[in-house]
Design a protein. Structure first.
Length: 420
């Protein structure tokens, strides 16, 4: 088993950038595009809503380097020991908790996967099933706050980031429950694994004592935002400070470790900002061609109901998720789609949750599903084996999408109840 993740190069970034520059060059005339595109990129990256992005990335990197992933996995496995499929369910729970301290699905899948695969293999869990468990658990990284997709959504639509973070809590917990129930049912039905002996209360207490430090990070983020003590930006700064102090006091990282965390944060954050810049340059070209207005007029001319429009949009997002990276999809489509959805009387917060679930499904669909390549990089197995494992989880996500579409209150109740 490989110890490194080898996901593909960020798909679609350079084609989007080059097509956008070529289009702007055609509109403005020749080399004038070279003066225009830097201004577009700078304007895109200087948005205040994106300021908290590197802070949450840095907090996640620090906690990852101090062994938070392993401590959370050990805690979950101890608490669910003796339960049929308890180790698989523990993997999902560990992914959900780590998702609450990381904005990346790739980081969530990779961090927990490095720990989980050896443990699951040691207890004879079905290999394809284990690939699906880690890949699906990783998708929780973009639903459970702090969520990178919600940060992008807020920057484009100007919806409240705090309310968007809260909107992902209940859907994230429901998705986690769906995944856990499926894991327990699959293992109970198949019986092709070694049941883990139930841990003693002393062992559980010891595991909780170690894992609680990492769990305090999401409590700080969500509790601070919900009660109105912090803005999302302030929450990002506070959780970075907490991660640094906690890691140093527990002697989990030294000065060199902090430097490495800062370097990794710069690399990850820089790559994400390049994606944002490239996608918005392409989006600017589409605006110059009046694509957003024409798309809205075309859909309205079809004389279909609002719910039919939502269904069409979900299908479009599902198809786009097969070929483009998550951030690129959102940055290109939201300037067109969001005004249409609002004009039809739908809630923008509710729609953010539907879009995020679609992006989760995109992470599991070939040929560009990033989580598929994370698992392939971790294990070295053929991509087809990973695909076989994720199919049931894809349909669970599809079922959840239907549930959240029919019952908007699951997405909107918590944001409406939070302190302003």
């Amino acid at each position: 088993m490989s110890n490194s993740v080898s996901p593909p190069a960020e798909p679609g970034v350079y084609p989007l950038l080059l097509v956008g520059m070529a289009g702007i060059s055609a509109v403005y005339g020749g080399f004038n595009a070279l003066n225009t595109t830097p201004n577009i990129a700078y304007g895109a990256l200087s948005q205040f809503g994106l300021t908290c992005l590197p802070l949450f990335i840095l907090a996640g990197v620090i906690l990852e380097k101090c062994g938070a992933g392993k401590e959370m996995y050990d805690m979950c496995s101890r608490l669910l020991s003796g339960v049929p499929g308890g180790l698989a369910a523990s993997t999902i729970l560990a992914c959900a908790i780590f998702a609450a301290i990381s904005i990346s699905s790739v980081a969530t899948a990779a961090t927990i996967g490095l720990i989980a695969f050896s443990e699951l293999a040691r207890r004879n869990y079905d290999k394809n099933f284990t690939y699906g468990v880690v890949a699906a658990g990783g998708t929780l990284g973009i639903m459970i706050p702090p969520s990178g997709t919600m940060i992008i959504y807020s920057a484009v639509t100007e919806e409240s980031l705090g309310r968007l973070f809260m909107a992902g809590v209940i859907p994230g917990l429901i998705l986690t429950a769906f995944f856990v129930i499926y894991c327990v049912w699959f293992c109970w039905r198949s019986g092709r694994y070694d049941v883990e002996a139930s841990s003693t209360w002393a062992e559980k207490a010891k595991a909780i004592k170690k894992g609680v430090w990492a769990m305090l990070a999401p409590a700080i983020i969500l509790g601070g935002i919900y009660t109105g003590i912090f803005t999302p930006l302030e929450a990002g700064a506070v959780v970075v400070l907490y991660a640094l102090i906690m890691s140093i006091l527990r002697r989990k990282v030294d000065l060199q470790g902090v430097v490495r965390a800062l370097r990794d944060c710069c690399v990850s954050g820089g790559m994400l900002l390049v994606i944002i810049a490239g996608a918005l340059i392409m989006g600017n070209f589409m605006t110059l061609l009046q694509v957003p207005g024409r798309a809205v007029e075309f859909i309205r001319s079809m004389e279909v109901s609002g719910w039919q429009v939502i269904l069409i949009l979900m299908i479009i997002y599902l198809v786009l998720g097969m070929f483009l990276e998550v951030v690129s999809i959102m940055l290109i489509t939201l300037p067109v789609v969001y005004p249409l959805v609002i004009s039809l009387g739908f809630d923008g917060i509710w729609f953010a949750v539907l879009v995020t679930i679609n992006m989760e499904m995109g992470l599991l669909t070939p040929p560009i599903g990033m989580n598929l390549y994370v698992i392939k990089g971790l294990t070295g197995v053929p991509l087809m084996n990973v695909l076989k494992g994720v199919v049931p989880f894809f349909f669970i996500l599809l079922f959840a999408l239907t549930i959240f579409a029919i019952f908007p209150v699951l997405s909107t109740w918590l944001p409406s109840a939070m302190h302003r």
